[in-house]
Design a protein around this ligand. Structure first.
Ligand code: FES
Length: 157
């Protein structure tokens, strides 16, 4: 028996990690990170009861905001909103994926910013644009329904 047909344990572990999580691939192959910027989370399907977070007219295209909401257990949560265009609004948890501080829509760089340690997140998909956070912001389903921006908060993120 030769070793050629057998994947090395390290190769298998890296492949398994790639299948199991796109968020944390490190030290595979030659030791370089395979994913310094993890993928965005998918937008979940709307489920449960939608919550009106604000009027659509108060969030012009290209702007960002933070809105209060309740999770299914009644706990307060903060929802980061980005109105991508006239028809599209995107929503994210405002809990920083680094150490849990509140991420703010107020930023000098047109992004979402965590003042605790300086992480930045892209409004278009929640991915990290500046660490130390390494995971993207979890997403919520959201939509413009009539005059309202409605989000579907599935659980505390
Ligand atoms: S908790 Fe947000 S950057 Fe550390």
């Amino acid at each position: 028996m030769t070793d050629i047909a057998r994947p090395a344990r390290r190769t298998f572990m890296c492949a398994s990690a790639a299948l199991g999580s796109a968020a944390l691939l490190t030290a595979c192959g030659d030791g370089h990170s395979e994913a310094d910027v993890p993928d965005a989370f998918p937008i979940p399907e709307p489920s449960g009861e939608g919550q009106t977070l604000m009027k659509a007219k108060d969030l012009p295209a290209g702007s960002r905001a933070l809105a209060p909401a309740k999770d299914p257990s009644g706990e307060d949560v903060g929802v980061l909103l980005f109105r991508k265009d006239e028809e599209t609004v995107l929503a994210y948890s405002n809990i920083c994926t680094h150490q849990g501080c509140a991420v703010s829509p107020k930023s000098s760089k047109d992004d979402f910013y965590c003042a605790c340690h300086g992480s930045r997140f892209a409004p278009a998909d929640g991915t990290v644009t500046n660490g130390p956070a390494i995971a993207a912001l979890p997403r919520y389903a959201a939509a413009i329904e009539g005059e309202d921006i409605v989000a579907y908060i599935t659980a505390s993120q």
